[in-house]
Ligand binder design. Sequence first.
Ligand code: PGA
Length: 246
Amino acid sequence: MFIAANWKMNLDKKSILEFTKSLQKFKFSNHINTCIFPPLTYIDYLHNLIKNLPISIGGQNCHFKSFGAFTGEVSANFLKDTGCEYVLIGHSERRILNNENNAEIKSRAETAINSSLKVILCIGENLADRKEGKAVDYIEKQLNDCLPNNFHNSFIAYEPIWSIGTGKIPSSFEIQEMHTHIKKILYKKLNKNINVLYGGSVNVKNINDILDITNVDGVLVGGASLNAKDFLAIYSAAVKHLDISL
Ligand code: PGA
């Protein structure tokens, strides 16, 4: 079970300090993997504040080259060096706002894995594709185009674009259908089971229903992870869910 918190371009030093005070008072489980993806500039700061806790840290993106003349970019090696264990690759905000295409995402993921980072590769269809019944085919193509051959120790996050930050989520059937399909494609390509997280408007109210869905191995949470109380409530729901299923 994996709970990932994507803070995007939110939370400054003061808010991070407050957030971590709540984390320090909380009793974490050894059975849940958790990772926070803070803004790049605060990776080191957060890392130092929570290094006694079973929470990993990740970067929100990395470049496909390890070093060089790429102003404003970040190397996977640097993320690793600063204490990151994970990196998000191919988030739809980067695909849309930074024009990252599948080929580029594939090489970013490949470089990250070669730098010993675990990748959370994000995929997701837009509303038009969902409405026209093309979502499953779209995801299959997206996955085929951006999955690197060296994909190990890594995850897929299924995040429908129309669900991110909107409060709308697909039906349980739609999530189960998509996750099952993604796992089938991955098994065929890699001959192993890959965990698939769901992302898009996950919150305290819908977390139990989402975790009940077959083939959902965890969640990638944006907005609801910015508040320590909600983040920990989501985490607790995952612990409870695991206790029941063990
Ligand atoms: P959201 O974001 O939970 O705010 O919808 C999820 C994400 O973008 O990863």
